[in-house]
Design a protein around this ligand. Structure first.
Ligand SMILES: [Zn+2]
Length: 392
């Protein structure tokens, strides 16, 4: 087995970071996909391309056990025997538009590598490759599935069904998103819902006959105050109105206003509680209130830690001890594709990539000295999955 070369890694990382691959950049995404497709094929792994009709860049499903039991039997894969011992998730897209890499190309400052998407998550993708290269000869009958998608940063509209399907066929999943700034791994993530409310009132001259108007902004203000009372931080539920607008002339009672709120939760029953309250508000407007219409959509289900997660955490802790990596566990309000994998009822741990910070911003960085230790950690985790399978 070739020993790991950090210099070669950084050279390849430079190449990847300097290719813009925003979620809406099929050309760049195809280049990233091509890079990994070739590398995994050279290892002798099976690489399948999955492409949405309106999205020319492929998602890659990479595995050492290409013959899908679910597919062979024609059975619904969701009900098929667990086929993969582990599902590993990575996204090839970044939040940055075309031109960003040219403005601030990959560079190294001391222990930090910088550049668009360097930590979130081009290094996670590259590390994953070296993890697989490192363990592939020792996997025995462990079956591994990797999904590299290209729309995570925009909510995984296309790939989420693929994630759910692969997760349903897997025993557990790991996300290769970067470890947090303090090196911690993520065992729990909140679900995310989007609340949109529109208010329909009646316009009137604000000076001449204001009494004839119904002020849509006033109604919205009332709703905002009431909605914020629905947060329940003690169970992790937060509701925040993040966008609000209405009116277009300073002397006209506005007949229209609209707002969007961000709802986060660990427990899906919280969404029902909030929906119930909102429905009550909609049905019982005040005598002079504008009419309200709303939609409440769950965009990412919660990745709630379960008993199975605790077992997987124990395995990761043992691997960390064996490889000399110290870390903490963290629960976060931020979502990832781990949320969709968790929806299939399997345990998911995220943040298995190298350590970084400043994600989605100009100051994004990767800690270079975390690359090799975190690769070793995940290699050890994967090799322990055989025991995990037997203990289930
Ligand atoms: Zn990410």
């Amino acid at each position: 087995m070739a020993s790991f070369s950090l210099d070669k890694y950084l050279e390849e990382l430079k190449q990847l970071v300097n290719i813009d691959s925003g979620s809406k950049d099929p050309e760049g995404l195809s280049k990233i996909a091509g890079f990994f497709e070739e590398k995994y094929k050279n290892l002798g792994w099976n690489v399948e391309r999955h492409t949405a009709a309106d999205k020319p860049a492929p998602c890659l499903v990479i595995t050492n056990t290409p013959a899908a039991k679910g597919n062979q039997t024609g059975e619904n894969p969701i009900n098929a025997e667990k086929q993969y011992d582990v599902l590993l998730l990575g996204h090839m897209d970044t939040v940055f538009d075309r031109g960003e890499a040219e403005k601030r190309p990959f560079r190294i400052e001391g222990n930090k590598a910088m550049g668009p998407g360097v930590a979130d998550m081009k290094s996670g993708l590259l590390s994953l490759y070296y993890i697989i290269e490192g363990v592939r000869d020792n996997l025995g009958d462990l079956s591994v599935c990797i999904l590299l998608n290209n729309d995570e940063e925009t909510g995984s509209a296309f790939s989420k069904s693929l994630i759910r399907e692969l997760a349903a066929r897997s025993r557990c999943a790991f996300g290769m998103e970067p470890a947090r700034e303090n090196g911690s791994l993520v065992f729990e993530r909140k679900g995310i819902a989007d609340l949109r409310v529109e208010f329909f009132g009646r316009a009137a001259h604000a000076g001449v006959e204001p009494e004839k108007g119904i002020n849509a902004i006033e109604a919205m203000g009332h709703w905002i105050v009431e909605l914020h009372k629905l947060s329940k931080p003690e169970v992790g539920t937060t509701l925040n109105v993040c966008i609000a607008s209405g009116g277009n002339k300073s002397n006209v009672i506005p007949d229209y206003a609209s707002m969007r709120a961000d709802l986060r939760f660990f427990d899906s029953s919280e969404v029902d509680r909030i929906r119930g309250k909102i429905e009550e508000m909609r049905r019982n407007p005040g005598p002079r209130d504008a009419r309200a219409e709303y939609s409440l959509t769950i965009n990412r289900p919660p990745m709630k830690a379960t008993e199975k997660t605790r077992k997987l955490q124990e395995l990761v802790e043992k691997a960390a001890e064996a490889t000399g990596v110290s870390f903490e566990w963290t629960s976060t309000g931020g979502g990832s594709d781990g949320n969709f994998a968790a929806e299939a009822g399997i345990p998911v741990i995220d943040g298995m990539g190298p350590v970084g910070g400043g994600f989605h911003g100009q100051q994004e960085y990767l800690l270079i000295d975390s690359v090799e230790p975190r690769i070793n950690l995940v290699k050890d985790v994967i090799l322990r999955l055989k025991q995990y399978r037997e203990n289930q």
